[in-house]
Design a protein around this ligand. Structure first.
Ligand code: G6P
Length: 371
């Protein structure tokens, strides 16, 4: 009923709008009285964590893209090498695992069969397993050594939205926790990043205020056959997740690419009028921003219609954006928390305008309990 959906037409839309709250809830209660980070169910000692010399993140679907973002944050803040792998591929390649490997399983439901089988395999190799999960007491956290629960609340829509944002939060917290224990970052710096995280709910709310603009844009794409998404650095997984949302909900062919790979193939796909959604990194950091802009120029010169997500105050993008969607100014590693929101709104509105059921897209299940 409409009441269950908080006045929204679909659970998915309700869940997109719950994201500021879900992110805030997932940050609550993470600090001890003396200001140190703590995790919910940490059955690993500080010595166990100090012993970790490699982290392997395993997940499926949207959770996998959260894992890709996590790699950037964990490696940057902790200097611990991270691999990210699809759960369904993990066991079958005979992965190198031992007691000094921390396997991180990300699963909204905690019941995804591929992810569960992957952690079971990791445990037979004596690896430590940490779960990031939204469902209390589900199988994956029960079979793990440590758990960070996300506090998104129940997610009904089959396509994950608030689940994804809260997974990102948990990944940042894990990264900061490992940095704290290993001492790879000063306490002040960790505190500063937590403050920045605490500002994210307001930033997400700001993005949601311009939902109507994104909806109007989406409704001009009813006859679109294909959409490309480009990103770099932490914006690359955002591009992949934006494309996944469009496939899942609108059944439109969509692909995400790392913008730097354009010249190695994807640019051949560009033709007159092809919509290309571009996640522009924040300005002024190791040329990432400049290089993204030059990629956008390249596709536009070949006829693409560029729809750019760029931070407030970024004027250099203006000449190359056919459509410009503004994002709040946030650090590059945290940008996925705001950048994915317009892409969720875009896919949700386009799909509903096409007459599709966004809560239960065809052929998909909320939780895939068969391998
Ligand atoms: C299904 C859902 C996706 C989800 C994926 C992984 O495919 O439709 O939205 O991302 O499973 O689910 P999990 O519960 O393990 O995060």
């Amino acid at each position: 009923s409409a009441a269950e959906k908080d006045g929204h037409d679909w659970f998915m839309r309700k869940e997109i709008f719950e994201q500021p709250r879900a992110v805030a809830d997932s940050l609550l209660g993470r600090r001890t009285a003396d200001g140190l980070l703590q995790l919910d169910e940490m059955r690993l000692s500080d010595d166990d964590i100090r012993e970790v010399d490699k982290i392997i993140i395993i997940a499926c679907g949207t959770s996998f893209y959260a894992g890709m973002v996590a790699k950037y944050a964990i490696e940057h803040w902790t200097r611990t090498p991270v691999e990210v792998e699809l759960a369904s591929e993990f066991r079958y390649r005979d992965p190198i695992l031992d007691y000094s490997t921390l396997v991180v399983a990300i699963s909204q439901s905690g019941e995804t069969a591929d992810t569960l089988q992957a952690i079971r395999h990791a445990r037979t190799q004596r690896s430590k397993v940490l779960a990031i999960c939204n469902t209390n007491g589900s199988t994956i956290p029960r079979e793990s050594d440590a758990v960070i629960y996300t506090h998104a609340g129940p997610e009904i829509g089959v396509a994950s939205t608030k689940g994804f944002l809260t997974q990102l939060v948990a990944c940042y917290l894990l990264a900061l926790y490992v940095a704290q224990v290993k001492g790879t970052r000063y306490g002040d710096e960790i505190t500063e990043i937590i403050h920045q995280l605490e500002e994210m709910p307001d930033h997400i709310a700001t993005v949601l205020e311009s939902a109507e603009t994104v909806y109007e844009l989406a409704r001009t794409h009813l006859n679109t056959k294909s959409v490309l998404f480009l990103g770099r650095h932490a914006g690359y997984p955002v591009a992949l997740e934006g494309a996944l949302k469009l496939k899942e909900l609108a059944y439109i062919h969509a692909e995400g690419f790392a913008a730097g790979e354009l010249k190695h193939g994807p640019i051949a796909l560009i033709e007159e009028g092809l919509p290309v959604l571009c996640v522009v990194p924040p300005q002024g950091r190791d040329q990432l921003h400049e290089k993204m802009i030059s990629g956008i120029q390249e596709v536009r010169a070949r006829g693409a219609r560029t729809i750019c997500l760029a931070e407030e105050g970024d004027t250099s993008i203006e000449p190359y954006a056919d459509v410009l969607i503004r994002l709040p100014r946030v650090p590059v590693l945290l940008q996925p928390l705001v950048a994915i929101v317009p892409l969720q709104l875009f896919a949700c509105e386009l799909a509903t305008a096409m007459g599709h059921d966004v809560d239960q897209p065809r052929n998909l299940a909320k939780s895939v309990t068969v391998e």
